[in-house]
Write a protein that binds this ligand. Structure first.
Ligand code: WTA
Length: 642
């Protein structure tokens, strides 16, 4: 298995040494790594300030810039090296060198400054995975503006809530893009999201589908109806003043103190309201750079491909920042894995000779279902390392991935981490530590993962890429992560550890669920349902799903009694509510089933008994103790409706 990794970036001996160094000299080891791996304009004066826990401050008083560390530092020796290989669903492609990427980023950052964006301003990005969105993120970083990327699958409603909380000054979007051969009209949702908003001063539009006349005339009409200025970015940037690259290069990037906010990314928690996770600068940069190098064993001649979208943390840490900080060449692909055919990914791996492939279990389960015939006709021998992220992979899917994609030769890194942790926390180091099927692995060197007697995973020491807070909500930050185990960070996952120190992740311990690797809260779906006049109460549970990992089942009590309605009518109602969820959140939250019921099973104190609903949703007779159930007759009614 280690055949393809003879000289891994971290050898077995180096891994042992690193672990030893962290054990004996925790802070000094981090400091040494920071000095070796990051360009600081001004050196830090203190490694860790823990005087106001849990608001830890790393590399105090250091001044740096993330984008500078991703681009400028490579210009002396990697200017002509390809940074991004982009391909869209239709097969149009683009190669962008480090020099060109740098130029496009400085141009766009100068433009952002010209329209009045300053350090600390929030900029919302609602775009597909394409060079322009990566450039937009990097440009924000360069001028110290705080970007908040909203996954392009989120609805106008969800986008609006985020923009409003952020009080964003700018929304950057595009007219649309193609996925599964359909036009996704982002501008339409973006323009809806800023109606009745007074913080956004500019709506920036990239016309990525310039040739789509129908879409363009719809966009033009929408623009004429808006009472806000829409900037056609590409046109405006063609202005002479953005062509003098030498002059633009001489503009200093904004040097941020290590702990100033670099970006905010919303994620789901156990309440109805998503949390704006705020990350710092130097620590985040250090760990995304180091973990990319260690975990993906990035080498100069690798072609690295992470399939995550920029709308999620994986697309931040392991597309936009980590690989570029390492000067790697990476592939980015805008379309769906099965469009036009289910061989699309394998075609891309063969075409670009991808050597490192990082994807999600839900995708792997789909590949397995689509069949080997789509894989076998492609030469995947360029692959040398595989990675998985986002949900438990399970040994069956792990083995399938290992055998059919890695040809039983490539190590797999099953990486456990979260939006909040900034980078990978638990996985085996390829070339140094053997992986075990379905087991994430040991904590990475420098990461102190432990497990409580109640099987709760926790991190007992602060680490550089830890979240710095929840935007506008310090109480929730304290309460959600730091209140259960004294002095430790609690991610909310269950885990167990074997005799070798390898950690298996056992799913969540809260109401956070994972649908096709998309993190969601059941309370978020319930909040969305509550906004429908058709619903008076609801309870949402997750059930196992063969491809998506988990699927949603919503139990709803309707405002009006519909029990005498025809089956067709009831179906129509279900459909309506399903659409309502997509409208409030996005199509990725579409439930598997909506079950209307006269009442929900509750305890005497009024708490919904989710455990029972979970069993019922799977068509099982409720097992275990039901003595606390207030009205036992409810169960019969519920089972009747399944
Ligand atoms: C889950 C994604 C098992 C976990 C990077 C975590 C995983 C949540 C794994 C974070 C893995 C992520 N094995 N479970 N390798 N990776 N998870 O914030 O429940 O979108 O808490 O970050 O995904 O999801 P998030």
């Amino acid at each position: 298995m280690e055949a393809k990794l003879k000289q891994a970036n971290i050898s077995k001996e180096e891994a042992l040494k690193l672990r030893e160094n962290f054990k004996t000299n925790y802070l000094e080891t981090w400091a040494k790594l920071a000095k070796e791996n990051i360009f600081f304009k001004e050196e830090f004066t203190e490694i860790l300030d823990d005087s106001s826990k849990p608001e830890y401050k790393w590399f105090l008083n250091g001044k740096t810039n993330i984008s500078y560390n991703c681009l400028d530092i490579h210009l002396p020796d990697k200017a002509e090296k390809t940074a991004l290989i982009f391909e869209d669903e239709a097969g149009n492609s683009e190669h962008i060198s480090y020099k060109e990427l740098h130029q496009r980023v400085i141009r766009f950052s100068a433009y952002l400054k010209d329209i009045g964006i300053k350090k600390g301003d929030r900029v919302c990005i609602y775009m597909s995975l394409c060079p322009e969105s990566i450039i937009a993120m990097q440009a924000c970083m360069r001028i110290g503006a705080i970007h908040s990327v909203v996954f392009a699958g989120f609805s106008a409603h969800a986008l609006r809530d985020r923009i409003n909380e952020l009080e964003a000054k700018v929304l950057i979007t595009q007219n649309g893009f193609t996925r599964k051969n359909k036009s996704i009209e982002l501008f339409k949702a973006a323009s809806e999201a800023i109606l009745e908003n007074d913080s956004v001063t500019n709506l920036l539009l990239f016309e990525r589908m310039k040739n789509n006349n129908e879409l363009n005339s719809r966009t033009e009409k929408l623009i004429s109806e808006l009472d806000i200025k829409v900037n056609l970015v590409e046109e405006e940037i063609r202005d002479n003043k953005y062509q003098d690259i030498e002059k633009l290069s001489s503009i200093e990037p904004e040097w941020l103190e290590s702990n100033e906010t670099s970006f905010i990314l919303y994620t789901s928690g156990s309440t109805g309201k998503p949390k704006g996770i705020e990350h710092a600068t130097a620590g985040y940069l250090l760990w995304t750079k180091l973990s990319s190098k260690w975990v993906f064993d990035l080498k100069d001649d690798d072609i690295y491909w992470c399939t995550a979208d920029i709308g999620w943390i994986t697309g931040h840490s392991y597309v936009t920042y980590g690989p570029l900080a390492n000067g790697a060449t990476q592939l980015i692909y805008e379309g769906a894995p099965n469009s036009p055919e289910p061989n699309r990914f394998w075609e891309l791996i063969e075409k670009y000779k991808v050597s490192i492939f990082y994807t999600a279990p839900t995708a792997i389960r789909s590949f397995a279902q689509w069949g080997l015939e789509y894989i076998e006709k492609h030469d995947l021998s360029s692959l040398r390392l595989l990675g998985s992220v986002g949900e438990p992979i399970g040994s069956e899917t792990w083995n399938w991935f290992y055998e059919h994609i890695g040809n039983s030769k490539c190590p797999i890194v099953d990486t456990w981490w979260q939006t909040e942790t900034g980078g990978v926390m638990i996985t085996s180091l390829p070339g140094a530590e053997a992986a075990k099927a379905g087991v994430a692995g040991p904590a990475l060197p420098g990461i102190s993962a432990e497990i409580s007697p109640e099987s709760l995973l926790y991190i007992s020491k602060p680490w550089p890429s830890m979240l710095k807070g929840i935007y506008k909500n310090p109480e929730r930050f304290h309460q959600a992560y730091w209140s259960k185990i004294e002095g430790s960070y609690l991610p909310g996952d269950l885990a167990s550890q074997d005799e070798d120190g390898y950690i298996s992740i056992g799913g969540r311990n809260d109401d956070v669920i994972n649908i096709s690797g998309h993190r969601m809260g059941t309370a978020e779906i319930e909040t969305a349902l509550a906004k429908s006049p058709l619903v008076s109460e609801s309870a949402v549970v997750a059930i196992p799903h063969a491809i998506k990992g988990q699927g949603l089942v919503c139990f709803v009590i309707l405002s009006e009694n519909t029990s005498n309605d025809s089956e067709d009518k009831q179906k129509e109602l279900s459909q309506k509510l399903s659409e309502h969820i997509c409208y409030e959140i996005g199509a990725h939250a579409r439930p598997e089933k909506i079950i209307s019921c006269p009442a929900l099973p509750k305890t005497r104190s009024g708490k919904v008994m989710r455990r029972l609903l979970q069993e019922i949703a799977q068509g099982k007779e409720p097992s275990g103790d039901i003595s606390t159930l207030e009205e036992k007759s409810i169960l019969k009614d519920l089972l009747k409706n399944i």
